[in-house]
Every structure is written in structure tokens, then in C-alpha cells.
Design a protein around this ligand. Structure first.
Ligand code: CA
Length: 406
């Protein structure tokens, strides 16, 4: 019987146990929850009921206390949760603390501190280069193979999956416009990404070496870096993305701990350029930094792309090393996006910019052709990773509906 007896092969079985924050039906109170199948366990209440020493980390309105507790605590809590949902002796105590997912409200699971977004897919970077700099000798910029390129984004507009996304207005100037015009973006796009959540902070002045990645990063989630291409194209030179990105960034309601993804770890693509020591992940004692996540991008329920995260050139460990190498400190709740995930084939591209080649080749959807997003469109990213013994590890979906400009 549910909630304990999750069907065999369920990607949200006891091998997964992602964390989120929910309010039960009829309540405003926020509680840390752990997903099992199509239910959520009130983890704080469970810890209290079972007399667990981890109650102070779990009986919380956000994941921040757990994030800050560090890797040993993350492992201990996960081990305890696994026992709670699998040992029959706990069933009677815990059964009333499970809520059907369909009856709860899910919230942003942690207080987002700083938000950084990278540009780590070579296929994506080359596609963008070919679209916007068709005459350039190389589709990559000269720095691309030497450092993970990124920019600092706006943490206050990171929203949880399900939050509607208002079409942004802004200034743009197309090639045919003699002067800039103002109005709702006509080229609203998506970027299929994976977000990494920092748990353990650092002191100012202390870079994080590659091998310390898992001492600081707690887990990951799907992320949609909504992008207004027309606003972006006019504003980005020379300082980079600004209002074309900052209106909304959606993240999944469920954070998958890195420990649930051990079987999905893979080596990143072969490095084509020598790397400076702080980014060099070729040493045998550095753990493989890639993750085999199979992402699916759907518009109004129709799958338009399946970007493979395993093709990302720069790893999350290299990105963390890059963003701290100047001494910039980390805070609990820092979030960094991988950059758009695009594989080598047309069906593997993680943005409409690439899927339609900047609007030249519209997508044929059951409800009509698309170049960029229309009001009312619902975009959903889902993903899974290979787990132990062939079972899939599901990632929480990230979805959002586009609403007309305010
Ligand atoms: Ca991005």
C-alpha cells in the first residue's frame, strides 16, 4: 500500500529521496519534505516522532540548515531517511506523516543566496557562435576552452517550478529598426540547464579546489533560464546578460542530493586544450566530474528535445573552482546554473534559439508552429539518471506557463 510500497522501478523510490519544502493542504506552514513515489514525507515531523538527533536540521521551513550542516551530516541524514522509509517497524509511526503530492503546495526549497550562470556546453556555445557570429573564424570565443565562462545573475527572481512567467518588456533594436523600441519581448526563449546548490560556505579569500567540490555542493536540480533574446541581443555588449535574463529563473521543487547520483557519474568529454592547474581534472585522484542526466524538454506536453548533460565540457567542480579562484566566498544557498545543455544532434538542443536556428526553422508542434514562446505555452523539463542496478533516479520537473506581459 502507498506510501511505502512504491512500485518497483519507480524513479522516485527509496533510492532517490530528493528534498523539498511543502505546505500540507489547508496550511501555510512550510516544512522540509522528502519525496517517495507520489507522496511527500514530513521529514521534520518524522524526525521528532522517531526521536532522531537530526530533528533540528529537518524541522525547518527551508533546507538551509541541512545545507549548511556539511557532507557528513548529509550522509547521516540520508541514511536515516532511507531506514525510516524502508524498515517496516517505522510504518505505523510514519504513515500519518505522508501527504499525497497532489494535495500539497511546493515552495522554493532554499533561500537562494547568490546566483551564477555558466555556459558550459561546447555544442551550445558553438551553435550560438554560428548563429550570431557567422563570419567568425572560430565559433567559440578565444577564452572558451580555457575557463568556464559565467555571469552573476539575480537571485531574488529565482522561482519554484509552477510559478507563472510573465513575458518581460524591454528595449530592443532589430536590424531593421532605425532606433530602439520598447515593448513585450517577441523572442522569449528557454534554456534547459542543471542548477547546483551550495551547502557549506567558505571564507573570503579561500578558493575551492576541484577535489573539495562535494564538501560544498549538496545537490542539483533542473533549472530553466528563461531568456528574452531580443532584449538580450541589444543590451549584452559589452557587459553580458542583464534584463533579458533577470525577470525569472525557474528551479525544480526537488533538490536531488549528489549521493543519489553516484551511479550516474561519468568522465567529461576529452579535454582538447591543456588546463591551468586549478581547472585540470585529468589527475587520477580527481573523481569524474560529469553526470549522466537525460533531460527532456516539452512544450505543451510535446517533447521537442532531449539534451544529454553528459556532453557538458566543463564540470560543476570546475565551475565551483572558477567562481572562487579569485577568493570570492560561497554562501549557503548559492545556486549556479550549468549553462544551456545541448548535445551534438539537432534533437538534443536545449533552447529554441538553437532548435529553430534563431527562428529560421520553426518547430512543428501539434498546436501550431513555434519559433519562440507564445503566451499560454507551458514549458516542462524532466530528467532521469541511471541508478544502481538499472533503476532510474528521477529529477523533479521544472515547469512554467508563459503569461502575457503585465
Ligand atoms: Ca543560461
Amino acid at each position: 500500500m502507498p506510501p511505502f510500497d512504491v512500485p518497483e522501478g519507480d524513479p522516485f523510490g527509496a533510492h532517490n529521496l530528493p528534498y523539498g519544502v511543502f505546505s500540507p493542504s489547508g496550511s501555510q506552514e512550510r516544512r522540509v519534505g522528502v519525496r517517495l513515489g507520489d507522496h511527500v514525507l514530513d521529514a521534520g515531523a518524522a524526525a521528532v516522532a522517531l526521536g532522531s538527533p537530526y530533528a533540528p536540521l529537518l524541522a525547518q521551513p527551508t533546507l538551509n540548515a541541512l545545507l549548511a550542516a556539511g557532507r557528513t551530516a548529509w550522509s547521516d541524514v540520508r541514511r536515516a531517511l532511507t531506514a525510516w522509509v524502508t524498515v517496516p517497524a517505522h510504518r505505523a509511526t510514519l504513515e500519518p506523516l505522508f501527504h499525497p503530492l497532489s494535495e500539497v503546495t511546493l515552495h522554493l526549497p532554499f533561500e537562494v543566496a547568490d546566483y551564477v550562470d555558466f555556459y558550459a556546453s561546447e555544442n551550445h556555445a558553438r551553435n550560438v557562435g554560428r548563429i550570431f557570429r557567422p563570419d567568425a573564424e572560430d565559433s567559440l570565443t578565444p577564452n572558451w576552452k580555457h575557463l568556464p565562462i559565467g555571469y552573476h545573475g539575480r537571485s531574488g527572481t529565482v522561482v519554484v517550478s509552477g510559478t507563472r512567467v510573465l513575458r518581460p518588456s524591454g528595449q530592443r533594436k532589430g536590424p531593421g529598426d532605425p532606433v530602439p523600441v520598447f515593448g513585450p519581448s517577441a523572442r522569449l526563449d528557454i534554456e534547459a540547464e542543471v542548477g547546483f546548490v551550495v551547502g557549506v560556505p567558505t571564507e573570503l579569500g579561500r578558493p575551492v579546489p576541484l577535489r573539495d567540490f562535494r564538501e560544498h555542493v549538496f545537490g542539483l536540480c533542473l533549472l530553466n533560464d528563461w531568456s528574452a533574446r531580443d532584449i538580450q541581443a541589444w543590451e549584452y555588449v559589452p557587459l553580458g546578460p542583464f534584463l533579458g535574463k533577470s525577470f525569472a529563473t525557474s528551479v525544480a521543487a526537488w533538490i536531488t542530493p549528489l549521493e543519489a547520483l553516484e551511479a550516474a557519474r561519468v568522465a567529461p568529454p576529452r579535454r582538447t586544450h591543456p588546463l591551468l592547474p586549478y581547472l585540470d581534472d585529468s589527475a587520477p585522484d580527481i573523481e569524474p566530474g560529469g553526470y549522466d542526466l537525460r533531460i527532456s524538454v516539452a512544450i505543451n506536453g510535446h517533447v521537442v528535445a532531449e539534451p544529454p548533460f553528459s556532453t557538458m565540457y566543463w564540470t560543476a567542480a570546475q565551475q565551483l573552482a572558477q567562481m572562487t579562484v579569485n577568493g570570492a566566498s560561497l554562501r549557503t544557498g548559492d545556486l549556479y546554473g550549468s549553462g544551456t545543455v545541448s548535445g551534438p544532434t539537432e534533437r538534443e538542443r536545449g533552447s529554441l534559439l538553437e532548435l529553430t536556428w534563431n527562428g529560421r526553422d520553426p518547430l512543428d508542434l501539434p498546436d501550431g508552429k513555434r519559433t519562440f514562446l507564445e503566451d499560454g505555452d507551458v514549458v516542462t523539463f524532466s530528467a532521469w539518471a541511471p541508478g544502481e542496478g538499472g533503476v532510474r533516479v528521477g529529477l523533479g520537473e521544472v515547469t512554467g506557463r508563459v503569461a502575457a506581459s503585465a
